[in-house]
Every structure is written in structure tokens, then in C-alpha cells.
Design a protein around this ligand. Structure first.
Ligand SMILES: NC(=O)C1=CN([C@@H]2O[C@H](COP(=O)(O)OP(=O)(O)OC[C@H]3O[C@@H](n4cnc5c(N)ncnc54)[C@H](O)[C@@H]3O)[C@@H](O)[C@H]2O)[C@@H](O)CC1
Ligand SMILES: [K+]
Length: 488
């Protein structure tokens, strides 16, 4: 798992190193790593041009020392000093010694027009608020040019802890970040501003605390998807109950049941008025048009997608929530729960809620720019895991642990994909995974399935279901074709 660390946690981890190491040593580590990534991105040194945007603090220092490295390798480096009196003195001297130049913001235009790479050293983890007007003008000019846009540590104007952008921020194609990944690079508006994130180690690892937020890798997801073994039968793999869809709109029931079957094809039981549609689409499922209690024993429930919000739906929801089983509530169930949150608060078994922004707001407040914070607050309030859907989906547990999803594609913004996510998560809940992990792994698989499906062009939610087995194999690193070496 990749830990996500706040600016305060980074500063606390840096403190013992700053005390123990010679002056400036930590910044040299950062600047050397930064220059190495820049050279790799440029693909050449001689003849290339780099323009540094330099602010008043340590972030500008990093840019200046990295610029000196680049200049020594033959790159033509110009630094634009946004706060000339306060720009890092040692960094300025190093750049001049290496043959770099320094100019005022008023003279930046010509350099930015010709630059192959622009380095944003305006502010890092010491920044607050969006870019100041003088910086906005220079950044807009840089963005209009042909250069690679590389942010130092954090794109200036992005809140490192939350990803919030108040006003304008540097639109990076790449961010070279030091010591640890910050939440603001992978969530909210910050995610789009950060581009591709490169982590440069500066020796902080042993000083960092246990993080409050994580990103899963494929290996992390694979580790939570146990293969069936010889002792398994259809019951032991986890039995999922699905209450979704209606006689008028059977689609949600079909998609949700299909996604659960394709994620963990032990046994899926369906109960609801879309029974005919589900039976026709998935003969493998055990289907009743009765109530959840008529469906037979399950280990987890998915309830809500397309089931309506009338009195019958409310009764069915209350019946599912009254069980002592893990429950995933989505869509119409969320609308009902926003009216009656006590139905969740009173539960002792795990509950996972999967709102998009509109559904989230029905519980009392818009998510706002701090999406991890918002998900944590609602999770703590309801005593439930909250999966807040978005460009980077956030999962928060009532105790505060959070996951930010790293997979996905904008093509996932199409009807029915939420029903698929619910089915995947329900199947994982039924295997006994802790609820927050089940939700986080589901988001990971859902995003990967979207990426796989999008490789063939636009897709619909049913294509996602079809891609799930191949997605799971990919995530596991499974290579089809040929027998393992140990086979006779
Ligand atoms: N402390 C160290 O030795 C190290 C620092 N590092 C670098 O230093 C950075 C932190 O340095 P600092 O603590 O000096 O802070 P920053 O360089 O992030 O910025 C602080 C300065 O920017 C001003 N400022 C705040 N918000 C602004 C905004 N929106 N627009 C314009 N100016 C703004 C502040 O008044 C302050 O003068 C890290 O992000 C990293 O890049 C790394 O080199 C690792 C080692
Ligand atoms: K920066």
C-alpha cells in the first residue's frame, strides 16, 4: 500500500533528519532526485531549455539547486524570481555558478515561450491558498507554451493535504514529490493538477508515522482476492444477496447480480421484483420475487440500486438492515437512509454506503473541496464505511482510515456503472473482508475494469461486467497460455 502523508507529518519526519544532517543536505537530496527526473523527461540535456519559477521558500530552493544540476549537464536554465529578495540565497548562488541566468517576472515571457520544461518552485508544502496574481500571469503564459510542466513537490496553489484549489494552481503534467506522496496529489482538484506523480526518496521512511490514508496497488488488491482452493464449495466462497432493480427497471438488478457473480462466482441470491429479468440474464443466480427473508442464507447484502423509494422499498431496506450481516447500501437506499439515518446508526454489523456527490449532500452537507475529510466526517457520524464516488473515489471508515482509489477512466461516467460497483463490493463483503477494504478493493477493480473496457473504445456497464474476470486475472498478474513450469 502507498501511504499518503500530510504536510505536518512530512515536516515532523524531516525534523530529526534536518537536525542530524549537515545544513542543506536534505534539500540536495531532493534537488538531485528532481534533476534526475527532469533529465529523463527531457530525454536530452544539451540544447534543451528549462525555465524555473522560483518563490520565496524551500520549494524555490529545490528548483534552483535542480536548475544548477541541469545547467551543469548543458541545459540552458533561466530562473524567474517571483520574490527576488527572498529567493533561496544558496540556490541562487549555485545556479549562477553553474551558468544559469536569473530574470524578473516582467522578462519571463520570451523564456517561457521557448522552454522545453518549466519547473514550478513557487510554493510547496508551505503554501496556502491559490496562486497569487503575479504568479497566475506567469503560469498562464507557461501553460500556453509547449513546455513539459513539472511541479516541485506539490503543484503551487494545490493544498497538499486535501487537493483543494482555491483560485488558480499550476497545471502540471508531472509532479516530482519528496519523501512521501501527499493526499492532495491524488484526490480532488489536486489530482488533475498533479499529472503523473514521481516519488523521490529523501530518507524520511523510518521517521514517518502510520498513515491515515492509503492508495492500493494491484498487488494489494490481489492479496485480498483469495483463489478458491480444493476445499471450497459454492457456499464457502461467500454467498451474496442482491436486492436491486424493479419490474419496471430490471437493469440495476441484472448488472448488480452479474457483477457479483463475475467477481466471486460462488453463489448469488436475488430477491426483488426484477426477478424475471435477473433469471433470464443470469441462470446461475438463485432468484426469488419474494422478500429478502425468502432468498435463503447469505453472508452479505447489496441493497438499493433501482429499487425505488416507496413504502415497499423502505420496508425491504429496513429488513436487510435489521440483519446482523454486512450490508452495502447504494442509490435509492441512500435516498431512504438520508431521511432515516437511524437505520444505519443503530446497526452493529458493518455497513458500506456508496454515494455520489448528490446522494452525499442529502445527508446534510456537500462534499466540498476536501473529499477525504468529508467522507471521514460522514463515516464517523453514521458509524458506516463511506465510499464517495468521484474522479478519485475515496473510502473512509468510521475510525478515520481512508483509501483513495488510483484506478479508473472518465469513460466510467455512464449509466449503470454504479450498480456494477455495488455488485463487486457486495461479493467482496461476502468473502469476509473488512468493510473498508472490501469497498477499496471494489473501487480498484471497478476502475481497472473500466480501463480494460475503454481500451476497446466507448463501453457500457454490461461490458464492465464482462471484463471483470480478465480484470481480476490482470490484477493478479496472471498470464494466460502455457502450463506452469512445474507441470509435467
Ligand atoms: N526543509 C527542508 O530542508 C526541505 C524542504 N524541501 C522543500 O521545501 C518546501 C517547503 O519549504 P518552505 O517551508 O520554505 O515552504 P514553501 O517553499 O512551500 O513556501 C513558503 C513560502 O511561500 C509563501 N507562500 C505561501 N503560500 C503562498 C502562495 N499561495 N503564493 C505565493 N507564496 C506563498 C510563504 O509566505 C513562504 O514564504 C517543500 O515543499 C520542499 O519542496 C525539500 O527540499 C526537502 C527538504
Ligand atoms: K511547487
Amino acid at each position: 500500500m502507498i501511504g499518503l502523508f500530510t504536510a505536518a507529518e512530512i515536516r515532523a519526519a524531516e525534523a530529526p533528519l534536518l537536525a542530524a544532517l549537515p545544513d542543506g543536505a536534505l534539500m540536495q537530496r531532493a534537488a538531485t532526485g528532481l534533476a534526475t527526473v527532469c533529465l529523463r523527461l527531457l530525454g536530452r540535456a544539451h540544447g534543451a531549455r528549462a525555465t524555473l519559477l522560483v518563490g520565496a521558500g524551500g520549494n524555490g530552493g529545490d528548483a534552483l539547486f535542480a536548475g544548477a544540476h541541469l545547467a551543469r549537464r548543458g541545459v540552458r536554465v533561466t530562473a524567474v524570481l517571483l520574490a527576488p529578495d527572498r529567493a533561496h540565497a544558496g540556490g541562487r548562488a549555485a545556479l549562477v555558478r553553474a551558468g544559469g541566468r536569473m530574470v524578473d517576472p516582467s522578462a519571463a515571457g520570451a523564456h517561457l515561450n521557448r522552454a522545453d520544461l518549466v519547473l514550478d518552485g513557487i510554493v510547496g508544502i508551505g503554501g496556502s491558498g491559490g496562486l497569487r496574481p503575479d504568479a497566475v500571469a506567469v503560469v498562464d503564459r507557461a501553460a500556453a507554451g509547449p513546455a513539459l510542466m513539472v511541479a516541485v513537490d506539490v503543484p503551487s496553489g494545490v493544498d497538499a493535504d486535501t487537493g483543494a484549489v482555491a483560485g488558480a494552481a499550476f497545471p502540471a503534467t508531472h509532479t516530482v514529490t519528496f519523501g512521501a506522496v501527499k493526499p492532495g496529489l491524488v484526490v480532488g482538484e489536486g489530482r488533475a493538477h498533479a499529472g503523473e506523480v514521481h516519488l523521490v526518496g529523501i530518507g524520511l521512511e523510518e521517521h514517518l508515522p502510520v498513515p491515515g490514508a492509503w492508495q492500493l496497488t494491484d498487488a494489494d488488491a490481489a492479496g485480498r482476492l483469495p483463489l478458491p482452493d480444493a476445499g471450497d464449495d459454492k457456499y464457502s466462497q461467500g454467498v451474496v444477496g442482491v436486492v436491486a432493480g424493479s419490474s419496471t427497471y430490471p437493469g440495476a438488478g441484472v448488472l448488480c447480480t452479474g457483477a457479483a457473480l463475475r467477481t466471486r462466482p460462488g453463489l448469488v441470491r436475488y430477491a426483488g421484483t426484477a426477478a424475471d429479468g435477473v433469471r433470464a440474464a443470469w441462470p446461475e443466480a438463485i432468484v426469488t420475487d419474494g422478500r429478502p427473508s425468502d432468498a435463503g442464507r447469505v453472508q452479505a447484502w447489496v441493497v438499493g440500486p433501482g429499487m425505488g423509494t416507496d413504502d415497499d422499498a423502505r420496508t425491504v431496506l429496513a429488513e436487510v438492515l435489521a440483519t446482523d450481516l454486512p450490508v452495502l447500501a447504494d442509490a435509492d437506499a441512500l435516498t431512504l437512509l438520508a431521511r432515516e439515518p437511524g437505520l444505519v446508526r443503530d446497526r452493529r454489523a458493518p455497513t458500506v454506503l456508496t454515494p455520489h456527490d448528490g446522494e452525499f449532500a442529502r445527508f446534510g452537507a456537500e462534499p466540498g473541496p476536501d473529499r477525504i475529510g468529508a467522507a471521514r466526517r460522514l463515516a464517523a457520524d453514521l458509524g458506516a464505511v463511506v465510499l464517495l464516488k468521484g474522479d478519485a473515489t475515496v473510502v473512509a471508515a468510521p475510525g478515520g482510515t481512508a483509501f483513495v482509489n488510483a484506478t479508473g477512466t472518465p469513460w466510467l461516467a455512464t449509466a449503470g456503472t454504479g450498480d456494477v460497483l455495488s455488485g463487486i463490493a457486495g461479493a467482496l463483503l461476502a468473502t469476509g473482508l473488512p468493510a473498508a477494504e472490501a469497498a477499496a478493493v471494489a473501487a480498484h477493480l471497478h476502475g481497472r475494469a473500466g480501463q480494460l473496457a475503454a481500451a476497446g473504445g466507448p463501453f457500457v456497464a454490461g461490458d464492465l461486467v464482462r471484463h471483470l474476470p480478465a480484470t481480476i486475472n490482470r490484477v493478479r498478474g496472471f498470464r494466460p497460455g502455457g502450463l506452469p513450469d512445474s507441470e509435467p
